[in-house]
Structures are given as structure tokens and as C-alpha cells.
Design a protein around this ligand. Structure first.
Ligand code: IMP
Ligand code: MG
Length: 202
């Protein structure tokens, strides 16, 4: 289950964008404190569901870096960690053609696998990655995403664990990028539309 963002009154409670980022970040959508609280709860749910067996956490590069680090430090379970590299051509806000830049190295056959991604948007990424992992015959395969943008879905896909369902906005920070930038922001913010309208200036 995901946490719905209650944004109606958020202008009153959401902190201002730090001065350094004000030109590029329109507003903060999810604060670092909200992220921390939610990730702990997600970890508790996953821990309960995966208890009793060693799990393999498979994470998609690179957008999951911060989420993954925070999530697994709260998982009090034996686990092994591996990565799959996927990259979509095109530096804009639309996902382009998908290429695999790193393959899975751990053997997941007969294992309990948790696939972690940053955001479920059109669903094209997960609909390519999931069959690839399924073909390796894990005992169980569950998906966990920090963010879910259901409004943009084109593939029939849902995640088992969702941090936050968000509206149709292009977001950056806490691992998420625009043209490989802004992954280091400690919060999830809405990208200022002028950043992608004037790519030469970014
Ligand atoms: P999908 O294949 O359309 O579901 O998109 C998944 C991928 O697109 C994510 O793993 C992100 O890398 C990227 N993406 C989708 N929406 C956003 C966004 O709002 N901000 C940053 N990256 C995004
Ligand atoms: Mg990306």
C-alpha cells in the first residue's frame, strides 16, 4: 500500500526550496523527514513478508541509490544485493528505448527476490525487467518502488510495495535525475518546467 500525498495544504507545511536550487526546483514534494518515515514503514512490511529465508535484493541503477541504501539498512534480514543497469536513450523527461548496461550476477534461481526501482511511470522499464528475472526462476519475485505515477501508466503493471503515489509531475532528487543531475538532493522536488524547456541553460 502506498502513502497518498496530501498536497492541498502542503504550501503551509512544506519547507521552502533551499536557495541554491530555487531556479531548478519548483517546490519540494516529499521532504527528507517524510521519506525517512515512509521508508522505515516499507522496510517493516517487507521484513514481515520475507522473514525466514535469505532474500536477494535486485536494484535498478542508478535512480535507486538513496532509497536502496535507506531501505536495506532497515531490513533486519539476511540478504544479498545485486544490480541491473538499465538506461533509456534520450535525456528528456520521456523514457526512450531501453538498453541494459549491467546484467545480474547473482544466481536467483529458487530465491526470494525483491526488485527495487525508483519510480514506476509508464511501466515500460519493469515490463522489460520482470520477465528477464522471471526467466531465471526465482521462488518468489516482488517489486518495490519509491514512487508511483499511476496517471502515466501504459503497461499493465503494479508494484507490490509503493512508497508514495504521486501526481503526474516530473520529479528529481533522492536518487532521481533529470539528464543525470539532481540525484544528490535530499528531498523529492518538482523540476522547474523551464529546466526542460531550455535545455541549453541547464
Ligand atoms: P517507466 O519505464 O516509464 O515506468 O519509467 C521508469 C523510469 O523512468 C524510472 O526508473 C526513472 O528512471 C524514469 N522516470 C520516470 N518518471 C520520472 C520522474 O518523474 N523523474 C525522474 N525519473 C523518472
Ligand atoms: Mg532515470
Amino acid at each position: 500500500m502506498s502513502a497518498q500525498l496530501k498536497n492541498k495544504n502542503s504550501k503551509l507545511t512544506t519547507p521552502a526550496v533551499p536557495g541554491r536550487w530555487r531556479k531548478e526546483v519548483e517546490r519540494i514534494l516529499i521532504t527528507d523527514a517524510q521519506l525517512a518515515r515512509r521508508v522505515k514503514i516499507l522496510a517493516r512490511e517487507i521484513e514481515t513478508d520475507f522473514r525466514g529465508r535469505e532474500m536477494v535484493v535486485v536494484s535498478l541503477l542508478s535512480g535507486t541509490v538513496m532509497f536502496l541504501a535507506d531501505l536495506i539498512r532497515h531490513l533486519n534480514l539476511p540478504l544479498r544485493l545485486d544490480f541491473i543497469g538499465v538506461s533509456s536513450y534520450g535525456a528528456g523527461t520521456e523514457s526512450g528505448e531501453l538498453v541494459f548496461t549491467k546484467e545480474l550476477r547473482l544466481d536467483v534461481r529458487g530465491r526470494d527476490v525483491l526488485l527495487v526501482d525508483d519510480i514506476l511511470d509508464t511501466g515500460k522499464t519493469l515490463s522489460r525487467v520482470l520477465p528477464k528475472i522471471r526467466a531465471l526462476q526465482p521462488r518468489r519475485l516482488k517489486t518495490c518502488v519509491l514512487l508511483d505515477k499511476p496517471a502515466r501508466r501504459v503497461e499493465k503493471i503494479r508494484a507490490d510495495y509503493v512508497g508514495f503515489a504521486i501526481p503526474d509531475l516530473f520529479v528529481i532528487g533522492y536518487g532521481l535525475d533529470f539528464a543525470e543531475r539532481y540525484r544528490n538532493l535530499p528531498f523529492v522536488g518538482v523540476l522547474h518546467p523551464q529546466v526542460y524547456r531550455e535545455p541549453g541553460k541547464s
